[in-house]
Design a protein around this ligand. Sequence first.
Ligand SMILES: Nc1ncnc2c1ncn2[C@@H]1O[C@H](COP(=O)(O)OS(=O)(=O)O)[C@@H](OP(=O)(O)O)[C@H]1O
Ligand SMILES: Nc1ncnc2c1ncn2[C@@H]1O[C@H](COP(=O)(O)OP(=O)(O)O)[C@@H](O)[C@H]1O
Length: 209
Amino acid sequence: MTTTVERKATNVHWHKGDVTREKRAEILGHKGVTLWFTGLSGSGKSTVAVALERALTARGVLSYRLDGDNIRLGINANLGFSAADRQENIRRVGEISRLFADTGIVVLSSFISPYREDREKVRKMHEVGGLPFIEVFVDCPLDEAESRDPKGLYKKARAGEIKGFTGIDDPYEVPTSPELHLHTAEMTLEQEVALIFSTLQERGIIPKD
Ligand SMILES: Nc1ncnc2c1ncn2[C@@H]1O[C@H](COP(=O)(O)OS(=O)(=O)O)[C@@H](OP(=O)(O)O)[C@H]1O
Ligand SMILES: Nc1ncnc2c1ncn2[C@@H]1O[C@H](COP(=O)(O)OP(=O)(O)O)[C@@H](O)[C@H]1O
């Protein structure tokens, strides 16, 4: 098992068990995967993940949401929004996603994850472990996200009350080849959920109806 940071601990060795990923998938009736929702604040990452979680649950598929705000209230409470802290945030949640996906869960990870390199590292850590990883670009023009402003954060950023806000005075690097591209200013939530659902079915991750 590999990691994406230099490991400080020495004399540690991977301990292999004898229950396989395939056996866990057999118990659940579907495979594990990480769906990685990336996009600006207000683009719709959480809204899509919540609706998808509801649809998956209704069909008996075990899913779990990891959401930027929630994770930052707990395990990543010691991280802020500097480039280094965002990088560590994504590294940790990438590792958590990978572990959950390995259990067989459909993981719905919603993080701005503004840096391409950090997202690519998360993709890599899944790929080396033989786990499916689906990057979902939740794409919404900045002016539309700003007009939605569900938490009033753009208003605060424009007023200078929040410094280093993504899209205002902090970067967002758009994905170059995401598996899925949702244009949330043009698509309905139902269309977005249906597209992701059918992708999971076509890839053999969850059963067809
Ligand atoms: N400076 C700054 N920039 C961007 N976002 C900010 C900032 N300060 C607070 N928030 C709130 O934190 C949420 C983003 O957390 P993430 O963990 O997804 O960010 S990151 O991936 O590490 O960039 C983000 O949630 P979403 O709006 O759901 O994206 C905001 O609610
Ligand atoms: N097609 C759509 N898909 C997702 N969200 C949409 C869509 N159209 C409008 N919205 C609205 O945009 C806002 C997105 O907010 P949120 O999901 O919190 O974004 P994020 O998690 O990316 O910060 C919500 O108020 C949601 O109702």
